[in-house]
Design a protein around this ligand. Structure first.
Ligand code: SF4
Length: 490
């Protein structure tokens, strides 16, 4: 899709009714941005494919060709939206600067209008945004912006963020406009922003979601994870700092400012579950962190057993670590149907349960007559584990000892991970013994908070641990949080 620059207007492309009936969106997404001397479209699409694990519901790309914005987005996987014919992308979007987005959402918000990137035509030209995270004061900002004449066509917090940034750039220019926006936006955001032919990366002052910079054949790029840079054969440069505005150009990048909070609050769950193991976040390889989690689990919760079996794929690296530290052999006792989707990111309880049954099947020779240590990365709703423990026993396991590489999840996430309904959490209000009984395991051990943070190699006050403790690092309406006082004197 293309459009023409509109003067002094703030209008969404496409204009439509709010399809979500005002339901709050929460999402976990991937963002990309690339600028170079050559056309960037195919590299944006390839790097989105490398980040497909961060969102499987919709995908989109926006490019700027010197006079207009070109936008294509659709529901489904990157491969569905950007199809290939004879190994070549069937369509192309022209421009040497572009941003991309993949997204997943929860109930009610599954619609094309809420897919990224978002684009508006404003008095400064086109502003396009791909966002990962969640703006926790979006409702308040939306009301304020409406009073100043802005109109909204979706219920998305990303739309609020985009309108705020466009307004501030129009009022204060670049970079001051971004600085003003970052002072007003609360919550989590790692984003790529295109203002006509200029490309920017911004990250919230706590650095909750990851965001990295790289170079690919003379082009410069922003990505949610370093594996996207690797997918293009590029070079990882560094993380975008918490609170930093970086402008990427054809010749490199400029750090305009860093608007940091008193502390960081990197999401521990990126290391535990979300990020790809081959990614490097804040100088820590995710694979190594997960292995260390396994080592610590083995020290904290030893058990006599014959074989360590991972829940594929999420518990594999932690299981390797457990095996290394305990000396108990590792084996693949469960085979995954690779064509079924990750259950955690499927929208309804019923589809999740069906997916579990389709997803994993035991290998009898590994299981029968054995005492098994079953390792997974985390335990949220418990459906998968309960089913797996029963399945392993049906296949002849004499004992099943469950080990979990994340402390009990008891509180909602307000920073972009689909964990809003705390009643869904198996561990909420239960002792470990009660949880063990409910999943039917012979023993159950969670890694402690102290050992988790040691494995990630951050102090506790450098990480977000909100879903484990109920204490949040940034503003959440009605919750305990460390107020952003450090930002006020900026
Ligand atoms: S609440 Fe949990 S999942 Fe959400 S950002 Fe914090 S650590 Fe990550």
């Amino acid at each position: 899709m293309s459009g023409r620059r509109g003067a002094h207007t703030v209008a969404f492309l496409p204009q439509d009714l709010d399809p979500t009936n005002g339901q709050k969106l929460n999402e976990h997404c991937a963002v990309i941005g690339i600028i170079g001397r050559e056309q960037v479209f195919s590299n944006v699409v390839i790097s989105l494919k490398a980040l497909q694990h961060r969102g499987q519901e919709s995908a989109g790309v926006a490019t700027y060709d010197g006079s207009s914005i070109n936008l294509r987005k659709g529901m489904g996987l990157v491969n569905d939206v950007f199809q290939e014919k004879d190994g070549v992308l069937a369509q192309t979007l022209s421009g040497n600067v572009g941003i991309g987005h993949t997204r997943y959402s929860t109930q009610g918000s599954k619609s094309l209008e809420n897919a990224g990137p978002f684009v508006i035509s404003s008095s400064v030209g086109y502003v396009a945004l791909s966002h990962n995270g969640e703006i926790t004061n979006a409702d308040k900002l939306r009301e304020e912006l409406k009073k100043r004449g802005a109109s909204f066509v979706t219920s998305s917090d990303t739309e609020v963020m985009l309108v705020e940034i466009a307004k501030d750039i129009a009022e204060f220019g670049i970079p001051r406009g971004f600085r003003n926006s970052m002072g007003r936006l609360a919550g989590a955001y790692s984003a790529s922003v295109m203002v006509n032919n200029r490309l920017f990366a911004i990250r919230d002052p706590y650095g909750i979601r990851p965001l990295v910079l790289g170079e690919v054949d003379g082009s410069y790029m922003i990505a949610s994870e370093s594996c996207a840079i690797d997918s293009l054969g590029g070079k990882f440069i560094r993380d975008v700092k918490p609170g930093e505005l970086v402008e990427l150009t054809e010749n490199g990048f400029i750090s305009h400012f860093t608007y940091a909070a008193r502390r960081t609050a990197h999401c521990m769950f990126e290391y535990v579950y979300f990020a790809r193991p081959d990614s490097i976040i804040e100088n820590r390889e995710v694979f190594e962190v997960r292995k260390r989690i396994g080592h610590m689990l083995a020290e904290e919760h030893p058990v006599e057993a014959d074989v360590v079996v991972p829940v594929p794929d999420s518990g594999r690296t932690q299981a390797l670590g457990y095996s290394e530290a305990s000396g108990i052999p590792y084996d693949e006792g469960l085979i995954k149907n690779r064509y079924s989707q990750r259950t955690f990111i499927m929208p309804s309880q019923r589809t999740r349960e069906t997916a579990i049954k389709l997803k994993l099947n035991p290998i009898r020779s590994v299981i029968e007559g054995k005492r098994i240590v079953l390792v997974d990365d985390s335990l949220i709703r418990g459906n998968t584990l309960k089913h797996l423990v029963a399945l392993l026993k049906r296949f002849g396991a004499t004992e099943v000892h469950v080990r979990i590489g994340c402390p009990p999840i008891v509180s909602a996430c307000y920073f972009g991970v689909d964990m809003k309904t705390k009643d869904d959490f198996l561990a909420r209000g239960k002792t470990v013994e009660k949880i063990r009984q409910s999943i039917g395991a012979d023993s159950l051990g969670y890694i402690s908070m102290g050992n988790l943070t040691k494995a990630i190699d951050f102090e506790q006050d450098q990480l977000c641990l909100g879903c484990l403790s109920g204490l949040y690092p940034a503003y959440v309406p009605g919750k305990n949080y460390e107020i952003q006082a450090a930002l006020e004197g900026y």
